[in-house]
Design a protein around this ligand. Structure first.
Ligand code: GLA
Length: 687
C-alpha cells in the first residue's frame, strides 16, 4: 500500500450525527425549482442519506457576472440540509467556468494537440496552467470558504471536480511555458534534458529552453521521452491546481478536511498519477463507473482495491457511482436487480466508508438527462428508489464497519502509472498492448481461484507480501530493480511478464538483452521481442495459449527451470514461462506471452502453491464468491460477494451475520450464508 498520507482526516459529519458509513449523492438543487427542494429533503431522509455534494457545477449561479455574487439559494439549501441532519461535501465550484469568464478571457480555453481551441458549451474548458483561470478560481474559493467555513452542515471541501476529466492534456502557450519551467526543475540543464530525451536522434538537440514545446501534432511520431515527460507534467499541473485550492482552504478553514474526486476506474482514464496525488488530500475520494463486459465486476473490485492501496489501506470515500445506466458509453446498460447494492457494497468491502452516487435526482434536461440517479425520472415510486432506500438501511446496519481497515492479503499485483504511460506510447513492438488489461487479467485469475490479492503501487512497501505479480512493469529504474531483487532474495516470490524491465526512467532501453533491469534476477535473456498479429496465437506445452506477444527467451542461469515452453511455430521448444529459485526460498518467474484471465489460472495456481498461499473460502465456492476482509481491534468483517447469477451458499462458521440471509442450520452444522444471485453478505468474526 502507499505510505499513508500525513494529512488523513475523515470528514467527521459525513455519516450524519451518528458514527457510521456515509450515504448520499451529488445534489444539484440549482437545476430544479425551489418547490422541489423540500420534497428532495424528505426523500433523502427516507433513503437514509447522510451527506450530499453541493455546488459542483454552480459557478454561473454563484457568480452570474464578474464580481456579482448570489449565495442566497446556496445559503437556503445548506440550511435546509442542516435542519434535516444531512451534511455537505461542498464543492469549490471551479470545475466549469461560466460563460462570462470565457468570453472575457478566451485565453483560459484549452488547446488540443492540433492547435484547436476547445470552446465553451460543455464543461471543464480551462487550462490547468492558466494564471488567469487560477486567479478567478481562487477568488471563488475564497468567497465560498469565507461564507460557509463556519456553517454547521459543512463536512468537507471538494476541490473542483474530477480534475483532468476533460482538460488534462492542454497544448496551449500557457502549457508550453509551464512545461519548460517543469523541465528546468527536473533536469537543471539543457544538456541533461538533451541526454534524457535522446535528442541526437532525428536532429532534435535543443539549444535554448524556448525551443521546447508540448508534444503538439507533428509530421512524425514525437520524441517518446518528451511525450512521457508531458504526461508527467500534465498530471503535476493539475496536482498544482489541487494544491492551490487546497492550501487556500486549509488556511481559511483549517478544521475542514479537503478532498477531490479521483477517477480510478476502467475505460481509459490514465492521465493522473493518483498514487502520487493521494498524499495531497486529507482523505481519498474516488468515482467509479462500471464499463460493461465479461470482467466488469472484477474491474470494479480492482479499482476499489487500488483506491484502497493508494489510500494506504485507510477508509476512503466513494464520491460517485451510478444507481443504474450512465449516459456516456456507446450503449448505456441499465443495472440488473441486485447490482446497485452489490456494486456499492463491494466498494465498502474494499474500504469505502461513504457511498455516494452521481446524482440525487435525474435531470430533465441537459447532457446527462439519461444518466441514472437515486430519484429517477419515474419518481420515488420506482424500483430504483426502492433499491436506494434498501441500500440506505443496509449501510446503516453496517455502521460498525466504519473506521475499520482493509486487511492486507499475502499476494499483491503491482500497478504503476509510469509503466502504464510508457508501455502504451507509439512506435512500440505492438500498439495492441493494454497495460491495465494485463493487470486486470491477473486480478481476475486471483478472483477465479478464490485468493485475495491487493492492488498496490510501486510506492508500496513490499514486506509482508509472499507473492508479488508485476505485469508489464515496463519502466524499471535502478532503485526499483534493487527493491524487487531484495524482495525475491528475501524469500518473496516475484512474477513479471513480457515488456517488463525494458527501460529506465528516461525511457532508455537497458542494454545487453531484455529485460535489462531484471535480467539477472530472472536468470534469462531475451534477444528479441516477437509480438503476434491480431488473431494469431501460440500453443504452450502445458495446454495454455499465448496471444499478443512472445519473446525469444534464453535461459542464462542454470538454476532456472522452464515452467512452460512454446509448442509450435518458430519458437517451438523455446521457453515461454521460466522460474528461477533463489537461495532464500523465494523465486523470480517470467511470463513471456499474454495468457488472458482464464489462461493465467493454472499458472497462478502453481505459483500460489509454491508460495504456500491458499484461499480462505472452501474450495467449492472459490471463484464464485469474492471475499474481502476489513478488520478492527476486535475482529474481522468478511464481505462475501456473489460473483455469479446463481444463489450460492457459504458456510457461516463461527461468524455472526451482519448483513445477508442465513440458510437454515441442519443437524449439528453452524449454518450457512445464503447469497442471492449478485448478492452480498457481511459476517463478523470476533477475535
Ligand atoms: C463524472 C462527473 C459527474 C457526472 C458523471 C456521469 O463522474 O464528475 O459530474 O458527469 O461523470 O457519469
Amino acid at each position: 500500500m502507499n505510505p499513508p498520507s500525513p494529512h488523513h482526516r475523515w470528514p467527521q459529519r459525513a455519516a450524519g450525527d451518528a458514527p457510521g458509513l456515509g450515504y448520499g449523492a451529488d445534489y444539484n438543487p440549482e437545476q430544479w425549482p425551489r418547490e422541489v427542494w423540500p420534497q428532495d429533503i424528505r426523500l433523502m431522509r427516507e433513503a437514509g442519506v447522510t451527506v450530499v455534494t453541493l455546488a459542483v457545477f454552480s459557478w454561473a449561479r454563484l457568480e452570474p457576472a464578474e464580481g456579482r455574487w448570489d449565495f442566497g439559494w446556496l445559503d437556503e439549501v445548506m440550511d435546509l440540509l442542516h435542519e434535516a441532519g444531512i451534511s455537505v461535501d461542498l464543492a469549490t465550484a471551479t470545475a466549469s467556468p461560466p460563460p462570462w469568464l470565457a468570453e472575457r478571457h478566451p485565453e483560459i480555453l484549452p488547446v488540443n494537440a492540433s492547435g484547436q481551441t476547445l470552446w465553451p458549451g460543455g464543461r471543464q474548458h480551462w487550462r490547468p496552467t492558466s494564471p488567469v483561470f487560477r486567479a478567478y478560481a481562487l477568488r471563488l474559493v475564497e468567497k465560498l470558504a469565507t461564507r460557509y467555513g463556519g456553517h454547521p452542515a459543512l463536512a468537507a471541501w471538494h476541490v473542483n471536480n474530477e480534475l483532468g476529466c476533460h482538460n488534462v492534456h492542454d497544448y496551449s502557450d500557457d502549457a508550453a511555458r509551464a512545461f519548460r519551467t517543469w523541465l528546468r526543475a527536473r533536469y537543471g540543464t539543457l544538456d541533461a534534458l538533451n541526454h534524457a530525451w535522446s535528442t541526437s536522434f532525428w536532429s532534435q538537440v535543443y539549444g535554448d529552453w524556448q525551443q521546447i514545446l508540448p508534444p503538439r501534432l507533428a509530421a512524425a511520431p514525437v520524441n517518446p521521452t518528451q511525450q512521457l515527460d508531458f504526461k508527467r507534467f500534465s498530471s503535476d499541473a493539475l496536482k498544482d491546481h489541487l494544491r492551490a485550492e487546497r492550501d487556500l482552504l486549509r488556511r481559511l478553514t483549517p478544521d475542514i478536511p479537503v478532498t477531490t474526486n479521483f477517477m480510478v476506474m476502467g475505460g481509459g482514464q490514465d492521465a493522473m498519477d493518483y498514487a502520487d496525488w493521494a498524499a495531497e488530500v486529507d482523505f481519498v475520494a474516488n468515482d467509479h463507473y462500471v464499463v460493461p463486459g465479461p470482467q466488469a465486476l472484477d474491474e470494479l473490485s480492482f479499482s476499489a482495491n487500488l483506491t484502497s492501496g493508494i489510500a494506504g489501506g485507510r477508509p476512503w470515500f466513494l464520491m460517485e457511482h451510478s444507481t443504474s445506466a450512465v449516459n456516456w458509453q456507446q450503449v448505456n446498460v441499465a443495472k440488473r436487480p441486485g447490482e446497485l447494492a452489490r456494486d456499492s457494497l463491494l466498494h465498502v468491502a474494499h474500504g469505502a466508508d461513504a457511498v455516494c452516487f452521481f446524482q440525487w435526482r435525474q435531470s430533465a434536461g441537459g447532457a446527462e438527462k439519461y444518466h441514472s440517479a437515486m430519484v429517477p425520472h419515474a419518481g420515488a415510486d420506482s424500483d430504483v428508489f426502492r433499491a436506494v432506500t434498501a441500500l440506505g438501511r443496509t449501510l446503516a446496519d453496517l455502521a460498525p464497519v466504519a473506521g475499520s481497515v482493509r486487511r492486507p492479503a499475502r499476494a499483491a499485483i503491482l500497478f504503476d502509472w509510469e509503466s502504464w504511460w510508457t508501455a502504451e506510447l507509439d512506435s512500440h513492438p505492438t500498439s495492441r498492448l493494454r497495460y491495465r488489461q494485463e493487470a486486470l487479467d491477473w486480478y481476475s485469475a486471483f478472483l477465479d481461484l478464490g485468493v485475495r490479492a491487493d492492488v498496490i503501487t510501486t510506492r508500496a512497501d513490499l514486506t509482508g507480501y509472499d507473492l508479488v505479480v508485476a505485469p508489464v512493469l515496463h519502466v524499471v529504474p535502478r532503485a526499483l530493480a534493487d527493491r524487487l531483487t531484495a524482495f525475491a532474495e528475501g524469500g518473496g516470490h516475484l512474477v513479471t511478464t513480457y515488456f517488463s524491465g525494458i527501460v529506465d526512467e528516461n525511457d532508455h532501453v537497458w542494454l545487453g538483452g531484455h529485460p535489462g533491469a531484471l535480467r539477472d534476477l530472472l536468470g534469462i535473456r531475451v534477444e528479441e521481442m516477437a509480438p503476434l498479429l491480431d488473431g494469431e496465437s501460440v500453443p504452450l506445452d502445458d495446454g495454455g495459449t499465448g496471444t499478443l506477444w512472445t519473446d525469444r527467451v534464453k535461459v542464462t542461469d542454470p538454476s532456472v527451470s522452464v515452467v512452460a515452453s512454446y509448442a509450435a511455430g518458430d519458437l517451438a521448444g523455446g521457453p515461454a514461462v521460466t522460474r528461477r529459485p533463489l537461495p532464500g526460498g523465494g523465486s523470480a518467474t517470467y511470463v513471456s506471452t499474454r495468457l488472458g484471465p482464464q489462461g493465467l489460472g493454472p499458472l497462478l495456481a502453481r505459483l500460489l502453491d509454491a508460495a504456500g498461499i491458499r484461499g480462505d473460502l472452501p474450495a467449492e465456492v472459490a471463484g464464485e464468491v469474492e471475499l474481502v476482509v476489513r478488520t478492527d481491534g476486535g475482529g474481522d468483517f468478511w464481505f462475501l460477494v456473489n460473483r455469479t447469477d446463481r444463489p450460492v451458499q457459504v458456510p457461516l462458521g463461527a461468524g455472526k451475520l451482519l448483513v445477508g440471509e442465513q440458510a437454515p442450520a441442519e443437524g449439528g452444522d453452524t449454518g450457512a450464508v445464503l447469497l442471492a444471485p449478485r448478492g452480498v453478505a457481511v459476517v463478523r468474526h470476533e477475535r
